[in-house]
Design a binder for this molecule. Sequence first.
Ligand code: SF4
Length: 571
Amino acid sequence: MLIFRKPLEGVERPQMPADVVIVGGGPAGMACALRLAQLIDAHNAAYPDSQLSKENIYVLEKAREVGQHCLSGALLDPRSMNELLPGFEKEAPLDAKVTKEAVYFFTEKSKFKFPITPPFLRDHGNYVISLNRFVKWMGSKVEETGITIFTGFAGSELLFDGDRVTGVRTDDKGVDKEGHQKSNFEPGYDLQAKVVILAEGPRGSLTKQLITKFDLAKNANPQTYGVGVKELWEVPAGRIAAGEVIYTLGWPLTTKEYGGAWIYGSKDNVVSLGFVTGLDYADPRLDPQRVLQEFKKHPFVAKLLEGGKMIRYGAKSMPYGGWWAIPPVAGNGWMILGDSAGFLNSARLKGIHLAIKSGMLAAETAFEALTKDDSSAATLGAFQKKVESSWIKEELWKVRNLHQGFEHGIYAGMFHTGLQMITGGRGLRNRYPAKAGYERMRKLADLPADGGPEAHLLGPAKGDGKLTFDKLTDLYHSGTKHEEDQPAHLVIHDTNICNTRCVKEFGSPCQNFCPANVYEMVEDASQPNGKRISLNPSNCVHCKTCDIADPYQIITWVPPEGGGGPNYDGM
Ligand code: SF4
């Protein structure tokens, strides 16, 4: 029997009052904390008789160290950082300024360069960064302000009083596999907060609780996602300039799947490359980690990497749904930021600048709430209005129908994209509908047994150990570690479905879409199909793909004991 991770019942928990709790120490959460500190400092300087304290403002970060779970391409559009910390370039860890871009369409052996770089992929003025290092630096700026960052603490539950969010419960520590307290047991804290800000990244687990509880997504398009699988390589000098940016479309994907690749030249001959596969593909045998391996076999990429060495690996989902998929972002006691809300421009493959801007706007709203001592929906609702009158909406509005336009494959998608570009994002209608990606997955019986044109993307990559790698070799380079003796943090609500239906109908796609080999179907003669689901939760890189892509929607990702997870040093 699988035991799942959830806060233990009947445990007395320390209560801690808080003004603001920010869940998630990524770019959105850190920007929010920094802006809030700036506003409080300015207020305290202007009004010596009415001082506001920063003492009860907390950032919760589930990683052992700030930035450890942060993974992105990454290119930084500096717009929001220029607003948050003018002159930040002088001290922030920026690897290279973009000097050159190109966009290619790949066929299996060849490539065609776009004669003109589409406007949304022009990156001059942006920076190649390691998000891990950048967020670490942001974290140090937050700490300088006096705001406390609790690392190794995950938010495991939201606290409610009726329709009001009143706080966050942090994870219990020292619970064994069977759900019993170990000798080092420490109950989680109940942080009773005036304002709770969710900045958990894509498919946040508390955000999911909140959206479900209040049915927040009822008027939005279903959120759709891609999963980005990334490797960092050291290559011989001269292969790619620092600041050179390459995007590719086409092979190894066929015309039916949505996605594409990035290659960014960084300093010290380091190359960031990765492939984003839309999590709305039809064939349950498709494996996004294999997609990246096939991509590297393209002659252009293989030549770039020849003689080089893969040094890091990781994966993360990203919200693709655009403006129409964003739920309400503020309510009674709460706000949602960054990727958790869906502030990502999938046309530009960028969300960091939007995450930072949303953090700043939420901080301004939280500041108003603290000065008025009112964090009801009436006050926090200002965040919604601020987003709608900011450049976040202006940017996302122009690409509001982008991903939906690819519903019928790449050629239809290019047609719609062209039309949307000349109609300010409208295309054929103001709001294109969308379907959740998992609903597009088809049963094996409806697909060619040999995989058809997608055959090269199906099943696990074998890897040659030089250019291409199997999943476990890649995983080793993610630095992932968890406490082994703890309940599983992947909640499968009904394993019977895995063992009886999914194995037959979809061939257990969790084994394929998980980029970290967490899910396995093992032999078990007692099961009707001779197999049962088995989990290796310690491998998990926290990408959330399983929560998103499972065709029965019976997997819920919840945070493992704080401190566990990947170590995306330099990613
Ligand atoms: Fe990603 Fe889920 Fe696999 Fe963890 S178990 S690595 S969240 S797909």
